[in-house]
Write a protein that binds this ligand. Structure first.
Ligand code: F1P
Length: 600
């Protein structure tokens, strides 16, 4: 069993009503990873495996509904049937997926995949995505728009212009993003066109209740109205608890994986019902969910090689070098997404972990087209890698080739050869349908060029179906999440299981940062918030101007700063000035060690 080192009670400790009772599940710290900051690469991978296994834990009749709970499976069926209706009569209709950060990126990934499936069947696309901050947020952290409910409403209205029927699927792992709350509110106000669906991973009563500037609703009040409407299937809530994230609040991990699973299950069921005469049934949904559970087991059955990758990436980051993902086809986007999340999650530079896609924006096919004019960060094609990165690669940099045997493997060989001239620290992560020997020779070449190879052969025979690609994608997501998270843990970016160096770029993260300071300094909330503001504005005394500004102003300023939370913590614990705190952190750039030295 996944996570066999842990007893069932350790796996379920977070479910106790006494466990961090003031926090929603998505913000709690996971008891399984308390010591992740001091763990070896192999222990880190085992901890991540155990955390991921919590996604599929059965409901025991206690506190929370889970992924496999009857209510969740039933709602998935109901939503799939709504999608089926639209697929059968698509005129003037749309299915919209929307979210912020990772949730928006997954909305893009999933809508692209399912529109492609429709085009292959000679049908027009019916899916569309909205991401807070627009397409640049697909590749970079744009967290301020997440706080804007009006912007959410407007951007939804814009994509739905002229539509008579819209199924709106809003994703907010923490049931917290004002952008999504605004969109759901808009749906509730216009029920003749919009049916709202909410995907997230907290029980409804834990939805965020913070007032939204200029609005009469909160996320929670919207959820409460949706709960009422859900009784008559006029709204739907898909919100199983999947346990706290391995790194507290890092919803890109289980939150993202579960979002991908749930929405693929719903849309695949609707496609099967529409195009293959396979009606949506409770059992078909359940079996599909179980297939994803097997994907977890298959992926982690290779935890030794995942550990090697974490080690290599960790070593690169530790010595100030970089990790590059070179992706092909379906899996390339997962690489981009994983890389783009390292900046807001770990305060990383965009060059630390970077993804490149074969075919660049042509392959991405995003609404706004190529974004290269926005700067180097947005140069994502393999050609960009060859020009911008390859010339300065050394053995200290780690490069991962990420592909499947349905991609053009000869191109992988070509690039692998070129990379190998600069660094031996080259690794392959690939998927193959069991029995598919078409690229065997090229693969032999790649194996010889690479230091390690993570090969996953899947049992469904040589033909690759859409659903196998979904499994390969999830598997790749788990591996890359492990690599980038593990590497940053090894670099010392995590204290216990908290992202101490988190960017404070929206109100959710501002509240999280204040809470973290309270927890680590044991000082009252008001003092912690003061210290945070001083670090954000780089002042030793707060002015009236600062204290009378709102959280949005604070987070916009924080977006231009680095190491805000560590600085605030040093000041709180020592009473020193910001300058002194800064030089302390310069002397000890490993944040975990700086914090530990202060706390001991
Ligand atoms: C959305 C999100 C996360 C990101 C960061 C800020 O969260 O952008 O994807 O990693 O935590 O918030 P949610 O609305 O899905 O909970």
């Amino acid at each position: 069993m996944a996570g066999s080192d842990w007893t069932l009670s350790a796996m379920r400790e977070w479910e106790s009503p006494d466990y961090e009772p003031s926090l929603p599940v998505s913000e709690k710290s996971n008891p399984l990873t308390r010591g992740i900051d001091r763990a070896s690469a192999s222990s880190i991978v085992r901890m991540l495996q155990a955390c991921d296994a919590q996604m599929f834990q059965e409901e025991t009749g206690a506190a929370y509904q889970r992924l496999l709970s009857e209510q969740v499976v039933t709602t998935l069926m109901e939503v799939a049937k709504k999608v089926e209706l639209i697929l059968k009569d698509p005129e003037d209709s749309l299915v919209i997926l929307s979210g912020c950060g990772t949730s928006g990126r997954l909305a893009f990934l999933i809508t692209s995949r399912f529109n492609r499936a429709l085009r292959q069947l000679n049908h027009s696309p019916v899916y569309s995505y909205v991401i807070a901050g627009g397409d640049r947020a697909l590749l970079s952290s744009q967290e301020a728009p997440e706080d804007d409910p009006k912007l959410g409403m407007l951007s939804l209205k814009k994509v739905c212009e002229g539509k008579k029927r819209v199924l709106f699927i809003g994703i907010s792992c923490g049931l917290s993003a004002p952008f999504v709350a605004g969109q759901l509110e808009f749906c509730l106000q216009n029920p003749e066109v919009y049916t709202p669906v909410l995907v997230g991973f907290n029980p409804a009563h834990q939805a965020r209740d913070e007032p939204l500037p200029g609005c009469t609703f909160t996320f929670r009040s919207v959820v409460q109205r949706m709960e009422e409407l859900a009784k008559s299937q006029q709204a739907f809530l898909i919100n199983p608890a999947v346990g706290p994230e391995a790194i507290s609040g890092s919803s890109r991990m289980k939150g993202g994986s579960t979002t991908k699973i749930l929405l693929e299950v719903v849309l695949s069921a609707a496609h099967a019902a529409t195009f293959s005469h396979a009606p949506v049934t409770y059992n078909s949904i359940l079996q599909h969910l179980r297939a994803y559970e097997r994907t977890l087991d298959i992926t982690y059955s290779q935890s030794e090689i995942i550990t090697d990758l974490v080690e290599a990436a960790g070593e690169s980051l530790r010595c100030g070098r970089r990790v590059c993902y070179l992706g092909w086809g379906s899996l390339a986007l997962l690489s981009l997404i994983d890389a783009s999340e390292c900046n807001p999650t770990f305060g990383a530079d965009y060059e630390d972990v970077r993804g490149f896609v074969s075919g660049g924006y042509r392959e991405l096919s995003n609404k706004e087209g190529p974004l290269t004019s926005l700067g180097a960060e947005f140069c994502i094609a393999h050609e960009d890698f060859l020009h911008l990165v390859l010339p300065c690669l050394t053995d200290k940099d780690t490069v991962l080739l990420v592909y499947t045997h349905s991609d053009d493997v000869s191109k992988v060989v070509d690039l692998a050869r070129r990379v190998r001239e600069k660094t031996s620290n080259l690794h392959a992560v690939y998927h193959q349908a069991d029995g598919d020997t078409s690229a065997a020779q090229q693969q032999d070449h790649i194996n010889r060029l690479c230091l390690s190879t993570l090969k996953t052969a899947w049992l469904q025979g040589a033909s690759v179906s859409a659903s196998s690609l979904h499994m390969w994608e999830l598997s790749t997501k788990l591996v890359l999440n492990a690599v980038s998270t593990g590497a940053h843990v090894l670099k010392g970016k995590i204290y216990q299981n908290y992202m101490i160096d988190v960017q404070v770029t929206n109100s959710k993260l501002y509240r999280r940062a204040t809470r973290l300071l309270q927890k680590l300094s044991s000082q009252p909330e008001s003092q912690c918030e003061e210290a945070l503001l001083k670090a954000i504005y780089q002042v030793d005394e707060l002015t009236l101007d600062i204290t009378s500004s709102d959280v949005i102003t604070h987070t916009c300023t924080a977006a231009t700063r680095t190491k805000v939370v560590p600085l605030a913590l040093v000041c709180l614990l020592t009473g020193c000035s910001l300058d002194e705190a800064e030089s302390r952190l310069e002397r000890q750039p490993i944040v975990r060690e700086a914090v530990e030295a202060l706390l001991s």
